[in-house]
Design a protein around this ligand. Structure first.
Ligand code: UD1
Length: 419
C-alpha cells in the first residue's frame, strides 16, 4: 500500500491543465456498449476508475485499445452480459453498463453495488425506470438481473435527480421504441457530454442539461470520435489548493461556466478570480473569510467539492456552516481533519467549522475519493508533514496529482507504506 507525504505551507503558484472529466468518461465508455463500430475517445483521464471501466468492457468481450489519453473501443465482439461483484465493489459506476446491455442485448446481469463509505447510495431509481421502459428486474444472490423483449419509450418522473440514474435511463431509451421523457432529470454537465457523444453516434436526445430530457429511440448506433469534457471537480480542487496555500493558481483547458457556484463562493471569501473562455485563475486573499455552503444537485454547489471546501474553511477567519444535502454520512473526512487541528462539529447534515489560524501535519487516512482530496488540501495548508494512507481512493479520480501539485510548487512524495 502506498502513502503520500506532503510538507505544507508552500504557496502554490502557476498553471495546471485540467484533465478529462472522470464522471463524463465513465458513462461515455459504458455507452459504447449500445452499438457496434469503432468509438475513438480522447481526453480520457488516466485514473483508476477509467481503467476499471475499461477492464469491465474487456471482460464483457469488447476490444479496448488504450494509448495514453486515447482509447478505441469496439463492442461488436461482446459475449458476456455480466458485471461481476469483484469489479462492481471497487467502482459503483459499473452499474452504468446495465442500461446499454439491456437495451442492445435484451439482458444484463450486474452485481448490486452494496454499501459505500458515503452512505447507502441505492439504485432503486435506475431499476424503477428500466421497469417503466418494459424490463423485468429480479434481485437474487446479490445480483440485478434485467431482461426485456424490447424496451418502449415512456414518461419517467424521477423522485430525485440521480446523475448515474439519468445516464442509465438515457442510454436505455436510445434504443427503445418511441419517445421517452425523463422529468426531474439531473442537470450535471457530464450528462450533456454523454448525450452529445450519443447524438454523434446517431441517437436523438434533446434537453440534456435541463430537468426534462426527451429521447426518440433509434434502431441502432454507429461508431464515432469524441473528446471528453474537462473535469470540473479536479479544476475546483486545484483552485481551492491555491486558496488554502495563499497562492495564485490558474487552471486551463477547463470550462469556467461549469464552476459558477464555486467561483462565487471563492469570491465571497475574498479571492480575486479571473476567468477566460477556458481558464480560471484565483489569487488567494491574505486571510480567507468564513462562509456558509450548502451542497445541491447541479447547478448548485457540488457535493464532490464539499470535503475540499471544508479543508479550506478549517483555516478561514470565522465560523462557517456546511450543509450536505446530497449524501448522508459524507463527513468521514471530519475526524481526520480534526486530527490535524481543525475545529469541526457535525450535527446530522450540518457541519460547523470554526476556523483556526493553523492546521498541523499528522498521519491521516483517506476514506473515499473526495475526502482524500480534502485531506490533501488540508495537508498543503498545514504546518509540517502530513502522511496520507489509502491513497488508492485518490487515484480513482485524480490524474497524476503529485506531478500536478509539484508543478505548482508543492512538496509531495509518494512512498510505500506498511499500513
Ligand atoms: C454521481 C457522481 C458522484 C457525485 C454524485 C452527486 C458519477 C460516476 N458519480 O454519483 O461523483 O457525488 O453523482 O453529484 O457520476 N439516489 C436514490 N436512488 C437511486 C439513485 C440515487 O435514492 O436509485 C439518491 C442517492 O442516495 C443520493 C442522491 O440520490 O442521495 C444523488 O445520488 P446520485 O446522483 O445517484 O449519485 P451517483 O450517480 O451515484
Amino acid at each position: 500500500m502506498t502513502r503520500i507525504t506532503i510538507t505544507g505551507r508552500r504557496q502554490l503558484t502557476g498553471q495546471v491543465r485540467a484533465a478529462g472529466a472522470k464522471n463524463a468518461a465513465l458513462p461515455i465508455l459504458a455507452s459504447t456498449l449500445l452499438g457496434g463500430g469503432d468509438c475513438q475517445i480522447t481526453n480520457l483521464p488516466q485514473v483508476r476508475d477509467v481503467a476499471t471501466m475499461n477492464t469491465l468492457l474487456s471482460l464483457l468481450g469488447a476490444s479496448v485499445k488504450q494509448d495514453g489519453n486515447k482509447v478505441v473501443i469496439n463492442t461488436d465482439t461482446v459475449q458476456s452480459l455480466e458485471a461481476p461483484y469483484d469489479l462492481v465493489k471497487t467502482m459503483r459506476a459499473s452499474v452504468l453498463v446495465l442500461g446499454p446491455l439491456l437495451a442492445r442485448f435484451g439482458e444484463a446481469i450486474v452485481s448490486l453495488p452494496g454499501g459505500c463509505a458515503i452512505g447507502p447510495r441505492p439504485v432503486n431509481l435506475h431499476l424503477d425506470g428500466f421497469k417503466k421502459l418494459g424490463a423485468t428486474i429480479e434481485l437474487a444472490h446479490g445480483y440485478i438481473r434485467a431482461h426485456t423483449t424490447g424496451l418502449k419509450g415512456q414518461r419517467i418522473d424521477l423522485e430525485t435527480p440521480t446523475v448515474t440514474g439519468t445516464e442509465n435511463l438515457i442510454m436505455a431509451a436510445c434504443l427503445a421504441k418511441g419517445t421517452t421523457i425523463i422529468n426531474n432529470a439531473a442537470m450535471e454537465p457530464e450528462i450533456e457530454d454523454l448525450a452529445n457523444f450519443l447524438n454523434t453516434r446517431g441517437a436523438n436526445i434533446m434537453g440534456a442539461a435541463t430537468g426534462r430530457i426527451m429521447i426518440e429511440g433509434v434502431s441502432q448506433l454507429h461508431g464515432a470520435e469524441y473528446t471528453v469534457m474537462p473535469d470540473r471537480i479536479e479544476t475546483g480542487t486545484y483552485l481551492i489548493a491555491g486558496m488554502v496555500t495563499g497562492g495564485d493558481v490558474e487552471v486551463h483547458h477547463c470550462i469556467p461556466g461549469h464552476l459558477d457556484s464555486l467561483i462565487s463562493k471563492l469570491r465571497e471569501c475574498g479571492a480575486e478570480v479571473h476567468e477566460t473562455t477556458d481558464s480560471i485563475r484565483i489569487k488567494a486573499p491574505k486571510r480567507i473569510q468564513a462562509l456558509d455552503v450548502q451542497t445541491f444537485p447541479y447547478p448548485g454547489f457540488p457535493t464532490d467539492l464539499q470535503a475540499q471546501m471544508m479543508a479550506m474553511m478549517s483555516v478561514a477567519d470565522g465560523t462557517s456552516v456546511i450543509t450536505e444535502n446530497v449524501f448522508e454520512s459524507r463527513y468521514l473526512h471530519v475526524p481526520e481533519l480534526q486530527r490535524m487541528g481543525a475545529s469541526i462539529t457535525v450535527d446530522g447534515s450540518r457541519a460547523v467549522v470554526k476556523g483556526v489560524p493553523q492546521l498541523t501535519g499528522a498521519q491521516v487516512m483517506a476514506s473515499d475519493l473526495r475526502a482524500s482530496a480534502g485531506l490533501v488540501l488540508a495537508a498543503l495548508a498545514a504546518e509540517g508533514e502530513t502522511q496520507i494512507t489509502r491513497v488508492y481512493h485518490l487515484e480513482r479520480g485524480y490524474e497524476r496529482i503529485e506531478d500536478k501539485l509539484q508543478g505548482l510548487g508543492a512538496i509531495v512524495h509518494r512512498e510505500p507504506a506498511s499500513a
